[in-house]
Design a protein. Structure first.
Length: 185
């Protein structure tokens, strides 16, 4: 009977040791996973942003946003505006173009701004474009989208899918358009 009792205790101790090793390995594995995990966090964070871009002392654009995250520490650096933007762009004669969107991302390497969510652009001349996503090529001062859009001006309006245009609306190229557009030609 004593032999059975010793074997039971030995069996119990071995099983306890086995489970404790197993549990400690699981715990160590989770710690290794945590250490290997790299967080995607911004290098900069700002509230109530009011940025002015100038060239030779002349204001070219003003960007206002309630929140900005700067990801300059990643390979493809970008700045995110998760609560949207209000932008005013000035041409060489001081005429303004107003841009509003619910979300925006500016990519530093390509100088492309991705505007998303109820994007609305209006000019002082009365043109207005509405869409759900619009890209702005800062280098070429050019807007474009493949999404559905609504374009209106003092002469009327049209809708379609796919459009690109200059920041002052002087050059407009649209695709799959519906409605009437008057041309000065």
């Amino acid at each position: 009977m004593m032999n059975f009792f010793n074997k039971s205790i030995l069996h119990f101790l071995l099983m306890s040791l086995f489970f404790s090793v197993l549990l400690s390995c699981e715990s160590n594995f989770k710690e290794v996973q945590k250490n290997d995990y790299s967080e995607f966090v911004p290098s900069g964070d700002a509230d109530f942003v009011n940025l002015k871009y100038t060239d030779s002392g002349v204001i070219k654009s003003v960007l206002i946003s309630p929140k900005m995250f700067d990801y300059a520490n990643v390979d493809f650096a970008f700045t995110e505006f998760p609560k949207g933007v209000d932008v005013t762009i000035y041409d060489n004669k001081g005429k303004k173009t107003f841009i509003r969107s619910n979300y925006a991302v500016s990519y530093k390497q390509t100088n492309i701004i991705d505007l998303q969510g109820k994007v609305k652009i209006t000019s002082e001349a009365g043109q207005m474009l509405e869409t759900e996503q619009l890209y702005f090529d800062q280098k070429n001062q050019w807007f474009y989208t493949e999404k559905k859009f609504k374009l209106t001006d003092i002469k009327g309006g049209s809708t379609g899918q796919g459009i690109d245009f200059s920041k002052d609306f002087k050059i407009v190229n649209s695709q799959r358009i519906e409605g009437e557009i008057e041309s000065s030609e």
